[in-house]
Every structure is written in structure tokens, then in C-alpha cells.
Design a protein around this ligand. Structure first.
Ligand SMILES: [Zn+2]
Length: 422
């Protein structure tokens, strides 16, 4: 089966240019200004944009164990609908991914039934309890791409130092969720103006910054590959900026919601504005955007965290933290940042493709001949309305529910197979 994508505005060599793309046996066979119209199927992409398949290095698929929230089938369909072709599954499932059997289960299921390529991140400590180092060596031989206790944070600095030394032996990057529990307390939203106004307990930015600072020092000491998940404060970003200047091997990601929303979104007690780290004040949001532009923040990751209605639709302080993100990510960022001229389409494209792939050393996410045909076709002139009925994730917990955003993913192809579209 050959597919020819005609006349699309394709992101090739870091810029958008009109190109024809020929796909043969699941791979990109040729990219050129014009190719002969001889394929089993031709897709006219005139006036549309063709991106390398998006890569999300921070996804909670909830499988095994919490499949009422999401499973590998629904989670990867949600990814395909959002233009994603590769994702990294976080290990805080039930059981936790701290052993080879669970790594195998996820890989096998994703391969057999999934609509996206799924890379597995293994737990850093057993059951992600922060007490004992996990079986990193066997999981690494089974193909994990990183270790993380995401959702939890190793509180003991000595144990973290040992995790770094051990992971580094096996060439594994460490992805951290930076949160000092004593400083975080029972915080519900960012500890500031809005928390006082609503009478909710606050989560201080310090809880994040203290761990970011600690782990940068530990990574500097051990020479480890450190990646900071969902960075959210101006001071954390400054710490990363300085560390990068010193040559520390550190990278970080930002979520769409920390780029687009502030603590003010919590004013209506909508539990779809409750996540960790919490939405921050405007100056932190602006720092995130500036750092994404100047490269201090390497990439965008959604932290897709589906929950069931019965969990999320309840009193604010009882609702779990987290929102979904795979389907809304591109449209929300395009609508609110690129369209008004606050971010270039090129930087957004990079931050969703080659940059996250580089961060965790995944297969390159670029449009070039010879690589697997992972790509999407997006109509920037059209729009998408996100309703409970249309969202493919089992979780409907998004602050963009009911909204219409610019951009529409028309097709997503994974190794030349159409995973979203007609
Ligand atoms: Zn996290």
C-alpha cells in the first residue's frame, strides 16, 4: 500500500514548505516539491499543514489497574485524535510499573491494540514509594526509556543520589515530579491571592523549587541525565537556566495548561483547574512562555491525567489532581499562542516533535525519507469543539470542555497506517 500526500505545507528541516510526501510500506519513501501521482491512495493536503507525528513524553494511560479512567486502547486513540503518534506512559498504574512483567504487558498491549507507539517509563523506586530502588536493570533490558516516580517525589536526598547513580549506570534518564511534601502540605491550588480568596489551602512554589534545586545539584554531582517534568515557576526555570549554563545535563518540559492558564482559572471552583503542580500567577506563566521560546524549556508535554466523572465532579478539596491533554494540546496552544503571534508555529512544532524525542532519546520525530511514516495533517483554518461526546479519552476532565478552538486534526498516520481520520 502506497500513500501520496499532495501539496501539504510540511514541516521539513525545521521550516514549513510545500511538499509531496510518498509513503511506502509504512515508511516515508520520498519528499519532494512534486511527485508523480501514482499511489494506491492520494490525500490532497492543499492548504493544510503536515507535521511529524507529535510526541508526548508525559502520559498517564492508567493501564493496568485503573482502566475505568483510561486504558491503552482509549488513551492511544485519544493521542491519535490529537495528532500524537508516540507517547511515554508514566508508571503510576496499579500495580506500579516497577518490574519487567508490567513493562511487557504495556508494550504488548500497545503493539497489538494501540493507535500510537507507546514507550514505557519505569518506576524509580519500588511501588514508587520512595523507599527502595526499583529493578531498573531488568526493566532497562525490557526497553524502558527512563525512570520516574511521577505523581510522587523521592523525599530522601540520599536515596535520590543512589537512584541517580544506579540509573546512570544503565544510561537511563531520570524524570522528576518536583514536590517537597512538607512544604506542599495539603495544598489544593497555588498558595497566593486566589487561595486566600477562596479559603483553600495553598501549594507554595517553594515545594517545587527546593526539589528542582536539590536534584540539579545531585545530577551535577553524579553526571546523571535529569529531566524535570511539568516545570511551573519562574524560579524553577531560573535554576534550570543557570544549571544549563554550567553544563549540567538537565532538561525540562512545560504543560499546555501552565502556558495558557493562571490561578485565576480556579475562581469558579472548577475541579478541571485542579492539578499538580497547580496553576500559577501570571508572572510564572509568562516566565514559562519566555523560557519555551528561548529554549530553557526544551519541550511541551501534556501530563494527560484522565479521571472519571464521579471522581472529578465533586467538592473541590476532595477531587483528584490532574486533567486530560492529548486531544486539546495542539488546538489550545495554536489558538491562544500561535494565532495571536505570541509563539511561532515552527517553535510549537519543534516543541511537540523533535525536542521531546531528543529529551528522552526516542526515535527522531522528523519528516525525512527512510523513517517510519508518523505524521499528522492539520487544517489551521478549521476549528474543533471539545464536548464530552466527541472526546475519545475516557476522561472528560479538561478546562477546555465545551470550547471551540482553532485547528483541526484531519489525519494522523502511524507507520503509514491511518490512526485518525476517515
Ligand atoms: Zn507529575
Amino acid at each position: 500500500m502506497t500513500i501520496l500526500i499532495k501539496n501539504g505545507t510540511a514541516f521539513v528541516n525545521h521550516k514549513f514548505q510545500i511538499r509531496d510526501i510518498l509513503i511506502k510500506k509504512g515508511r516515508i519513501a520520498r519528499i519532494a516539491k512534486t511527485l508523480p501521482d501514482k499511489a494506491d491512495r492520494t490525500i490532497d493536503a492543499s492548504g493544510k499543514h503536515v507535521f511529524p507525528g507529535f510526541v508526548d513524553i508525559h502520559v498517564h494511560l492508567r493501564d493496568p489497574g485503573q482502566t475505568y479512567k483510561e486504558d491503552i486502547v482509549s488513551g492511544t486513540r485519544s493521542a491519535a485524535r490529537g495528532g500524537f503518534t508516540s507517547l511515554c506512559a508514566m508508571p503510576n498504574t496499579d500495580p506500579v510499573v516497577d518490574n519487567i512483567a508490567t513493562v511487557d504487558y504495556i508494550q504488548r498491549r500497545a503493539k497489538d491494540l494501540g493507535s500510537a507507539r507507546v514507550y514505557v517509563i519505569g518506576a524509580m523506586t519500588k511501588k514508587s514509594e520512595g523507599k527502595e530502588i526499583s529493578e531498573m536493570a531488568t526493566m532497562q533490558s525490557g526497553g524502558i526509556v527512563a525512570v520516574s516516580d511521577d505523581g510522587n517525589c523521592v523525599q530522601n536526598a540520599k536515596l535520590m543520589l543512589n537512584c541517580m547513580r544506579y540509573a546512570t549506570n544503565f544510561g537511563l534518564p531520570l524524570v522528576i515530579h518536583a514536590e517537597d511534601y512538607n512544604l506542599a502540605g495539603k495544598g489544593q491550588i497555588h498558595g497566593g491571592r486566589i487561595a486566600s480568596k477562596l479559603g483553600l489551602s495553598g501549594l507554595s512554589g517553594l515545594a517545587e523549587e527546593v526539589i528542582v534545586s536539590r536534584d540539579i545539584m545531585l545530577a551535577e554531582n553524579t553526571g546523571s541525565r535529569l529531566h524535570i517534568a511539568h516545570i511551573s515557576t519562574a524560579r524553577s526555570i531560573e535554576l534550570v537556566r543557570q544549571a544549563k549554563q554550567r553544563g549540567v545535563n538537565v532538561t525540562c518540559e512545560v504543560t499546555p495548561h501552565h502556558l495558557l492558564l493562571t490561578e485565576d482559572a480556579c475562581l469558579g471552583f472548577d475541579t478541571n483547574t485542579k492539578m499538580k503542580p497547580p496553576l500559577r500567577p501570571e508572572q510564572d506563566r509568562l516566565a514559562c512562555l519566555a523560557a519555551l521560546k528561548d529554549g530553557t524549556i526544551d519541550c511541551i508535554a501534556t501530563d494527560h491525567a484522565p479521571h472519571a466523572d464521579f471522581e472529578k465532579v465533586r467538592e473541590f478539596d476532595l477531587a483528584p489532581f490532574g486533567i486530560i491533554g492529548l486531544e486539546t494540546a495542539f488546538c489550545a496552544l495554536y489558538h491562544h499562542l500561535v494565532k495571536p503571534g505570541l509563539l511561532t508555529l515552527e517553535r510549537l512544532a519543534e516543541a511537540l516533535t523533535s525536542a521531546p524525542a531528543r529529551v528522552l532519546a526516542l526515535a527522531s520525530a522528523e519528516l525525512k525519507s527512510g523513517v517510519p511514516a508518523d505524521l499528522n495533517i492539520i487544517d489551521l483554518e478549521a476549528s474543533t469543539t471539545f464536548t464530552e461526546e466527541s472526546i475519545l479519552s475516557k476522561g472528560k476532565n479538561t478546562p477546555w470542555l465545551g470550547q471551540t478552538l482553532s485547528g483541526k486534526v484531519l489525519y494522523t498516520l502511524l507507520e503509514g497506517r491511518i490512526t485518525w481520520g476517515d
